[in-house]
Ligand binder design. Structure first.
Ligand SMILES: Nc1ncnc2c1ncn2[C@@H]1O[C@H](COP(=O)(O)OP(=O)(O)O)[C@@H](O)[C@H]1O
Ligand SMILES: [Mg+2]
Length: 293
C-alpha cells in the first residue's frame, strides 16, 4: 500500500490525485497498444474491514475484450463492479486506488455514478429481464431518459439487431420477455444494456446459466459487439476466455497464514494468447493447465 493514510477518513474514500499516482506497474508485462479506456492502479476493494482484492493494476483497451479469470472467490466480480461504481450500492464496500476511465478517476467527487453506469453498462450472470414485454425491456432506459415513442422504436430495433435477437422476436415485441429461452433472455439483457448507448459493457459470467449452444451464440455476439463497444468479461470458463478475449487478467487468492483470511490478487495480465500458451507466473500456468483451481 503506497499510502497508509488513504482510507483513514472512513467510507468517503478520497482517491489519490491523478498526478500523484506512481507510474509503471510490474503487472503490466506487454506494452498495451490502442486507446486506453481503463487504467487501474493499486486498486483494492474492502467490504467493511475485509479486503477482498488488493493492488490490482491493468489496462483495458478500446474495442477489445478483456477477460478476468481465476478461481471462485478471488474477487473477479468485486473488481468488475469497481469499474462502474456498482460496489457503491453494497453497504460497507469501499474502492481504493485509481480507476481511471478515459483519463478521469471515476471515484472523483465531481463524477456522477449514475452517468458512470450509463456509459459503463453491465450484464449479469443470470438473465434478469423485467416482467414486461420484449419492447418495454429494451425501451425502459431510453424512456426514463426521455426518448420519444419514435426514438424508442428505432432504439429497440437497433439494439435487438445488435444483440442478434431481432430476427427471432421482431413479430412478437409485445410478448412477455419471460417467455423467451435463457439464451434469448440474456441477449435481451444485452440489448437492454446497449440501448443506453454505453461505451463499455461489463459482463459477469454471462453464459454460466446457459447451455453450450446459447453460450456459443453469446460468444459470437461478444466478438461482434467488440467492434463497437469495449468489453470486460468475468468468466470461470477458461476456454471461453481463450476463445473470445484479447487480453486476460488472472486472479488468485493469497492466504494469510495466521488469520486464514483470503485476499484476491492479480497474478498476471497479458495478451490472452500468451496467458494460455506461455504465462510468466507458475500460478497462472498451473491454473490454465488445470493443475489447480
Ligand atoms: N457483498 C459482499 N459483502 C461481503 N463480502 C463479499 C461481498 N461480495 C463478495 N464478497 C467476498 O469478496 C471475495 C471476492 O468475492 P467475488 O468478487 O464474488 O469473487 P469471484 O467473483 O471471483 O468469485 C469473497 O471472499 C467474497 O465472499
Ligand atoms: Mg463472481
Amino acid at each position: 500500500m503506497s499510502d497508509p493514510t488513504r482510507r483513514a477518513a472512513g467510507p468517503a474514500v478520497v482517491p489519490p490525485r491523478l498526478d500523484t499516482v506512481p507510474q509503471a506497474d510490474s503487472q503490466r508485462v506487454s506494452p498495451v497498444e490502442g486507446e486506453t479506456v481503463f487504467d487501474l492502479r493499486d486498486v483494492d476493494v474492502h467490504y467493511g474491514s475485509f479486503r477482498a482484492v488488493k493492488d490490482v493494476g491493468f489496462t483495458v483497451v478500446k474495442n477489445e475484450i478483456t477477460a478476468l479469470i481465476g478461481p471462485s472467490g478471488c474477487g473477479k466480480s468485486t473488481l468488475l463492479r469497481s469499474l462502474n461504481r456498482m460496489n457503491d450500492l453494497i453497504p460497507g464496500a469501499r474502492v481504493g486506488g485509481l480507476v481511471s476511465y478515459h483519463g478521469k478517476n471515476i471515484y472523483d467527487a465531481d463524477v456522477d455514478p449514475v452517468e458512470v453506469r450509463r456509459r459503463i453498462g453491465m450484464v449479469f450472470q443470470k438473465p434478469n429481464p423485467f416482467p414486461k414485454s420484449i419492447f418495454d425491456n429494451v425501451a425502459f432506459g431510453p424512456k426514463v431518459h426521455g426518448a420519444s415513442r419514435t426514438e424508442r422504436e428505432s432504439i429497440v430495433e437497433d439494439s435487438l439487431k445488435k444483440a442478434a435477437l431481432w430476427e427471432e422476436v421482431k413479430d412478437d415485441l409485445r410478448k412477455s420477455a419471460l417467455t423467451l429461452s435463457g439464451g434469448q433472455q440474456q441477449r435481451l439483457c444485452i440489448a437492454r444494456t446497449i440501448a443506453m448507448q454505453p461505451d463499455v459493457v461489463l459482463m459477469d459470467e454471462p453464459c454460466s446459466a446457459l447451455d453450450p449452444i446459447a453460450t456459443a451464440r453469446i460468444e459470437e455476439l461478444m466478438v461482434d459487439l467488440a467492434k463497437q463497444f469495449t468489453i470486460v468479461i468475468v468468466t470461470h470458463n477458461m476456454q471461453q476466455a481463450a476463445r473470445v478475449s484479447d487480453r486476460t487478467a488472472f486472479f488468485s487468492t493469497e492466504v494469510n497464514e495466521t488469520s486464514d483470511i483470503r485476499t484476491g490478487v492479480l497474478v498476471e495480465f497479458d495478451d490472452t494468447q500468451r496467458i494460455f500458451s506461455n504465462p510468466s507466473d507458475e500460478r497462472t500456468e498451473n491454473y490454465v493447465t488445470g493443475r489447480f483451481g
